[in-house]
Design a protein around this ligand. Structure first.
Ligand code: 5AD
Ligand code: SF4
Length: 440
């Protein structure tokens, strides 16, 4: 029997890419590939790329440049580009870097097996269609291997919102929700393999409306309640949400579904109504803050996180100040801030850019404020009791690490906790990026 072929996948960008990479590894596993963590050892290298900001695409091209010499050393090596850069750039990737054999967009992963056969036969393969069929129907079933206790599960893909800065509606296409039964089957399978926490993924996950049993339309809240019935599944999370889709039933689930964790990522992008309008966000700062009030009324201890863009075209110091004011009012437990990056093909790309030095300055100021709140919220956790899902051993002997219900990383010193246990822990110290706790 010939030795198995080795597959190296490098994943950029969001959690959905992490999920897609796992599914691609399983699909190619059915073609006889086993995973390797070394590019120089691989028969197939796949870069699963992100196109959300400019630098991400440039990073892919430089990585491809670095990989090219490996092909001289191993003429059988095949190099593929998947993900959103593949979708956006298509054949241009092969023109710019001829070492690339395969380009596959995020909606075509079910065709990867065939494409692999093509490139093995010495041809190149390109697929960036948006086929009508569900790619997940055709992806190989997951092998029954044990899994880490926390897993991602994509339930919805694509976006119909068309924020003026964002490439997602173009790279991931229109909003599509997977049917409820498929998601429940996949969740049960994950639980059988040791998973206790599932994060439901979607670019607009709270706009989920999937086909349920008897043709009934399920909202995200209905899906969460159905998942909560699965014995052994202890924790449910979802990301990323849009403020306009925070429906009453979802708030009610936050109030009453014990398995739904008290953490919510709800990007606002800016605190200025003028900029929000120019971003085509279809909400105001005020309407966003009122949504936050409703969420906190439903679940007072919830930890919120958000995304912000600074330096959007036309952003003045006063607009930026409105963003700082909003952050001051909400106090995020986590927040991600980005300097606006021009994405060709999006409406904002046609507009004038602001002074890059001003954008850099604003990024530093927003990050300083966010970090201050983040640290305050971590410090406030000292003395509190949390429940930690243990994910892996820590660096020190006898130490275990995991996540609290609020998604804080917690190091547990002492005790007998094993991977997959959910243990009550008293927080004793807040460090820069994690909390230290003792078992109760
Ligand atoms: N420039 C900067 N940040 C962006 N994001 C999306 N598009 C851009 C862009 N063109 C940010 C948004 C989004 C997050 C995933 O990435 O804040 O919520
Ligand atoms: Fe992009 Fe806006 Fe859709 Fe989020 S809601 S994926 S930022 S277009």
């Amino acid at each position: 029997m010939s030795a198995p072929k080795k597959l190296f996948i490098k994943t950029y960008g969001c959690q959905m890419n992490v999920y897609d990479s796992e599914r691609m590894a399983e699909t190619l596993g059915a073609q006889g590939y086993v995973a390797t963590d070394r590019a120089d050892d691989a028969d197939m290298i796949l870069l699963n790329t992100c196109h959300i900001r400019e630098k991400a695409a440039e990073k892919v091209y430089s990585e491809l440049g670095r990989l090219k010499p490996l092909k001289a050393a191993n003429p059988d090596l095949k190099i593929g580009v998947a993900g959103c850069v593949a979708q956006a750039e298509g054949a241009e990737i092969m023109r710019r870097q001829p070492a690339v054999d395969l380009v596959v967009g995020p909606q075509s992963y079910h065709r990867l097996g065939q494409m692999e056969a093509e490139v093995r036969a010495g041809r190149s393969a390109l697929d960036t269609d948006f086929p009508a069929e569900d790619k997940f129907d055709h992806l190989a079933a997951r092998p029954k291997a044990a899994r880490a206790p926390a897993a991602f599960l994509t339930v919805q893909e694509g976006c119909d919102k068309f924020c003026a800065f964002c490439v997602v509606p173009y790279t991931r296409g229109a909003e599509v929700s997977r049917p409820v039964n498929r998601i429940l089957d996949e969740a049960r399978d994950l639980v059988e393999r040791g998973v206790r926490e599932i994060t439901l993924l979607g670019q607009n996950v709270n706009a989920y409306h999937g086909e349920g049993p008897a043709g009934r339309d399920y909202s995200l809240a209905a899906l969460i309640w159905a998942l909560a019935e699965i014995d052994g599944l202890e924790r449910i999370r979802f990301t990323t949400s849009h403020p306009n889709d925070m429906t009453d039933d979802l708030l009610e689930a936050h109030a009453n579904c014990a398995k739904l964790m008290p953490y919510l990522h709800l990007p606002v992008q800016s605190g200025s109504d003028y900029i929000l309008k120019r971003m085509n966000r279809s909400h105001t700062a005020e309407s966003y803050l009122r949504v936050i009030d409703r969420i906190r009324a439903a679940r007072p201890d919830i930890v919120l996180s958000g995304d912000f863009i600074v330096g959007f075209p036309e952003e003045t110091e006063a607009h930026f100040q409105a963003t700082l004011d909003l952050i001051e009012e909400v106090k995020y437990g986590y927040a991600y801030s980005f300097k606006y990056s021009t994405r060709p093909g999006t409406p904002a790309a046609e507009r004038g850019q602001i002074d890059p030095a001003a954008a850099d300055d604003r990024l530093q100021r927003i990050q300083a404020l966010i970090t201050r709140h983040q640290q305050q919220i971590q410090t406030d956790m000292v003395g509190c009791e949390v429940r930690v899902l243990v994910e892996k051993p820590g660096r020190l002997p006898g130490q275990m690490v995991g996540k609290s219900e609020y998604l804080h990383a917690v190091h547990i010193d002492g005790g007998q906790a094993k991977v997959g246990d959910i243990v009550p822990v008293r927080i004793v110290q807040a460090k820069a990026n994690s909390l230290a706790g003792r078992p109760i």
